[in-house]
Design a protein around this ligand. Structure first.
Ligand code: DQA
Length: 148
């Protein structure tokens, strides 16, 4: 069984580091990718780390994970709050999903308080910056160890 985790990043996360640093911090997406690879190696996992600004591309990647990935870490960014299509793909994939947000979405505008992704996620980590991705990988490693 594959021990590769698909880490999916949604729109505008390619701008991390320069985008609203007071909200999202100074870490770049490349920094977070490096953190994920280090953490995954320590956990005996591999990581397939991706970002797209396009909803349909994210849906295609989630669908494809069913054949090739053991679990998913998902920061769908703004699509978190809008995308039934992404929710449906996550419900169909039949792999454990952990939702991550860099910022604490519950401290922000009310339109960010609702997440479609959460309906398909085992758990959600928000407000801890890039560290949330590492914690999500830990949660998936434990789930895979327990569930085989
Ligand atoms: C985000 C929170 C979303 O509300 C926002 O649209 C993002 C990033 C986060 O990681 O904090 O783009 O998912």
């Amino acid at each position: 069984m594959s021990r590769t985790i698909l880490v999916v990043n949604g729109p505008n996360l390619n701008l991390l580091g320069g985008r609203q640093p007071e909200v999202y911090g100074r870490e770049t997406l490349a920094d977070i990718e490096a953190l994920c690879h280090d953490k995954a190696a320590a956990l005996g996992l591999a990581v397939d780390f991706r970002q797209s600004n396009h909803e349909g591309v994210l849906v295609d990647w989630v669908q494809g994970a069913r054949d090739s990935h053991a679990g998913l870490v998902v920061n769908a960014a703004a699509y978190t709050h809008t995308s039934v299509a992404l929710l449906d793909a996550l419900l169909a994939v039949e792999r454990p999903v952990i939702e991550v947000h860099l910022s604490n979405i519950h401290q922000r505008e009310s339109f960010r308080h609702h997440s479609y992704v959460s309906r398909a996620a085992r758990g959600m980590i928000c407000g801890l910056g890039g560290q949330g991705y590492a914690l999500a990988l830990e949660a998936l490693a434990r789930a895979l160890d327990q569930e085989g």
